[in-house]
Design a protein around this ligand. Sequence first.
Ligand SMILES: [Zn+2]
Length: 551
Amino acid sequence: MSKTILLGIDGATLDVLRPWAEQGKLPNLARVFKQGVHGTLRSTLPPYSAQAWVSMMTGRNPGKHGVLDFFEAAGGPGHHAFISSALIQGEAIWDILSRHGLSVGMVNVPLTYPPVPVNGYMVSGFMTPKGRQDYTYPSELRDEILRVTGQYNPDPWDLVDPAKDLETFEQWMDIAEQAAVFLHQKHPVDLYANVIQAIDQLQHSFWDLLNDENSRSTPRGQQVWPAVEACYARMDEAIGQRLAWLDDDTCLFLVSDHGFQTVNRWFHVNRWLAEHGYLKFATADRGVGQSLAARLGWTREELKMLVRRLDPLGLRRFLDRFARASIADRLDDALAQPIDWTQTVAYSGSRTSEGVYINLKDRDSQGTVEPGAQYEDLRTRLIEELLAVVDPATGKPAVCGAYRREEVHSGAYVSRMPDVLLDFDDKPYLVSESTSARDVFEPIAATDIQGRHHALGTFAAIGPHIRSGTVVEANILDVAPTLLYAMGLPICDDMDGRVLEEIFMPEYRQAHDIRLESTQRVEQRESVAATYSQEEEEAMLQRLRDLGYLS
Ligand SMILES: [Zn+2]
């Protein structure tokens, strides 16, 4: 039985990794690229970390595993919960391996809080609520980690303040790697997987610098570049450590959940819909009951509760900047800008779902569009017109792809997705659902985010069963079936990805047929509601007062 090591690097893109490897800055990665296989990995649409990582770990598209966003409708209409491992539908790779009697160690993989029982262990990662101590399975593992590291936080990453955070970034990378190395050595397993989260956070803040060598000499560049390069060097050392663990029956896979690219323009979708007659803003009644937020199921009280729950723990700590900004927009919309739903046929809901919803009868409480031909005709017209949207600043189309959701995804949860999904590929736009924007397109402030996810992430593999020098084009859905094949296990028959056969040595392929097994039914899991302390809630109330949302 072959063993496998998986190293995830959130947000790692070949646009940085390839040139830096060639320039000798990332020697261990360069060795992987040279002696193994590598190439692009296409992420989910949209390429956000929540749905992307879960797709990778299940081999199934979001329509099947149900993780569509950072939030999930839970407990009936109008109730939203932070996404958590409990909301993943069906088996993830740790469940499958455990079922087959193989052992797993999953360390800092996003969306693994709360950790679930496995044949092995689990330490949760990105999206672990701040301050929680129940981040390991089994629970005693936490004490072991603390004995070795002195301090530990499974999700320390926050927005980067260059003035004070860059040093702690490197320190937290060190602590995370110290724990990761300890766990691998102390508790050997058949699949050992861990994820480095820091690169994603750095790139959201500093992509404009990373993307421009000339920025090194600017004051901000002089402050940021050395620290960012040091973090990349830490990442490369971690790769080197895993190369040292390889033996004649262990392979290493490197993956990222998406790539990165420049972003400098807002595309206010609701403003565009209004200008094209699909959405009508109410002029007089500014009641919250008419707002977009209310339509999405958020009442004013729920919003306050949500933000109260989020922030001390919080918007800064759970989420990357996209989701944080999205909540801020929701608050804006809830408290400021109403929509006349009786005269609206389409609207944009959540930035991190990047799409357009139809105001559908039988589904939306004030639906205006008949299901069937009227719905389909509207989608056709919207897709045509969205593809023709031109940014006046460039004179060029802004939208690269617009799809009916079922063209992209399949499964029971497709019905919860936007009716039309948008794809901006390498265009520098960020979707906003704000209803208070004055123009369809607006520049993003220089002080705001500078990078956004791009669909093309990174895939690489090296080891005794892996070929040399092959360039691969992987899909994020291919990772789980490929890991199962590398470990000699059958592939679940409802997985959407394929085994990347072309990366394996001919001898391995001859000795190992691709086998299928029927998917195991897993009981629908219940949402685990988060509860927070009085102190945390008080801190949030104060923040809301500071923002002017409460008196
Ligand atoms: Zn990510």
